[in-house]
Write a protein that binds this ligand. Structure first.
Ligand code: TRP
Length: 410
């Protein structure tokens, strides 16, 4: 699959001319290979695997599973490589170019499946364009170029993003990322695109003000005050392109959440019932029915989607459960996902097969292949479940030794 990355750099990459960042600074991707213990005499034999080659191969296999045809799949794999930028050529024998928090092992790509009863599964990719390219400011600027280049390629309008990007991409952004892109890989070769921005780009203490200003510019004057209490604003995301009703989404983190209070986080009218929300959380996290527990490791996230600027409440609610922090291994997580999918009338086969397409390892030999399980409700649409799938290009997290679910409370 490495020909794709070659192709990307030689013909389409928005990152040309290449090996140095603007201003002649060497890429962060150029760090020399550190010598590990016991390698002084014989350096490890290069595996020949690269970030671009590995993730493109996974993408093509997943595309085949969800029924995308060969030409759409190849175009999407090229787009992935183009958008990633110089990091595609980086050998996986080197450590990650940057410790991106996009995934636990710092692969700058994550896959996800969106599943609902009676419709074809939809495959998405989340990626960090220009991952590890220069400073966070430089990589953010190049990421924005990558968004525009993809938008031109598919004739996708970016005006909503253009209105607010300066708030999230200051010269010297703070925090753990600058700009991520997600592509929903529709049949026909034109994906739908989403941009993820960091509310803390001008400092965590300014996150609220930054998001308020963005909402003001976008005309969503009442959105902010309709959010539930939360510990942190994690992402502001925008749907770009050909969506029926493009959403503006705000993701919030809820530390130390008590399972019994989860339904109070929904602000959507006509959304899931408290019983449905609680049942999803219990099954996803392995918390037995009738018991309460505290999510004391990675926080549960919720996402609040806004479509009508005049509305005083969101039109969508998503509950994201970081299952990998509340399970012993991926076999356990898959079992929970299968229970949930079946409950929603969805055939779990595509999820099971996707895990096999990502890695040959046994599910009990690691945890994190499924990073999140989410329940998605959007006004006027059937409920969906999504599973976020790790590339594990660099590392597999060993199975957990300790009790797996949320901390019990009595
Ligand atoms: N890896 C980060 C996290 O676990 C960010 C992230 C990646 C994320 N994919 C996600 C957050 C899906 C929520 C849902 O938080």
């Amino acid at each position: 699959m490495d020909h794709i990355s070659q192709d990307a750099a030689e013909t389409r990459s928005p990152f040309l001319p290449g090996p140095t960042a603007p201003g002649g600074r060497p890429l962060r991707t150029d760090v020399p290979r550190p010598l590990g213990r016991g390698t002084a005499l014989l350096p490890p034999r290069p595996s020949g695997r690269t970030v671009g080659g590995h993730t493109a191969r996974q993408l093509l296999d997943l595309c085949a599973l969800v029924g995308l045809d060969a030409s759409d799949s190849a175009a999407y794999a090229r787009a992935l490589n183009d958008a990633l930028g110089p990091v595609v050529h980086r050998p996986l024998d080197l450590p990650p170019a940057v410790r991106t928090f996009l995934s636990d092992d710092h692969t700058p790509v994550e896959f996800s499946l969106s599943l609902s009863a009676g419709t074809a599964p939809s495959l998405r990719i989340l990626l960090e364009p220009a991952s590890g390219f220069g400073t966070l400011g430089e990589s953010g600027r190049l990421a924005l170029r990558a968004v525009h280049e993809l938008a031109r390629r598919w004739d996708i309008a970016t005006d909503q993003l253009d209105l607010i990007q300066d708030l999230f991409l200051p010269d010297d952004p703070q925090g753990s990322f600058a700009l991520w892109i997600a592509l929903e890989l529709s049949p026909g070769g034109v994906p739908r695109m989403k941009a993820y921005l960091n509310p803390s780009a001008s400092g965590p203490d300014r996150a609220g003000a930054t998001v308020r200003e963005a909402l003001r510019r976008l005309g969503h004057h009442r959105a902010y005050d309709s959010l539930p209490p939360a510990d942190r604003l994690v992402f502001l995301a925008l749907d770009l392109g050909d969506w029926d009703t493009p959403r503006l989404k705000l993701y919030t983190a809820h530390h130390e959440l008590r399972a019994s209070t989860v339904s109070t986080l929904n602000r959507m009218a006509g959304g899931p019932s408290p019983a449905e929300t609680e049942a999803f959380l219990h099954t996803a996290s392995g918390l037995p029915d009738g018991r309460d527990g505290v999510f004391d490791r990675r926080p549960v996230l919720t996402c609040h989607a806004f479509t009508d600027p005049a509305a005083d409440h969101p039109s969508g609610f998503t509950l994201h459960v970081p299952v990998r922090d509340y399970a012993r291994d991926d076999r356990e997580v898959l079992g929970r996902a299968e229970t949930l999918l079946t409950r929603y009338g969805i055939d779990p086969a595509v999820l099971r097969d996707s895990l096999g397409a990502l890695t040959p390892r046994r599910l009990e030999d690691g945890v994190g292949l499924i990073a999140y399980l989410a329940m998605v409700h959007q006004e006027g649409r059937a409920a969906r479940l999504t599973a976020y799938l790790s590339s594990e290009a660099y590392q597999v997290r060993p199975p957990g030794g300790r009790p797996s679910g949320p901390r019990p409370v009595r």
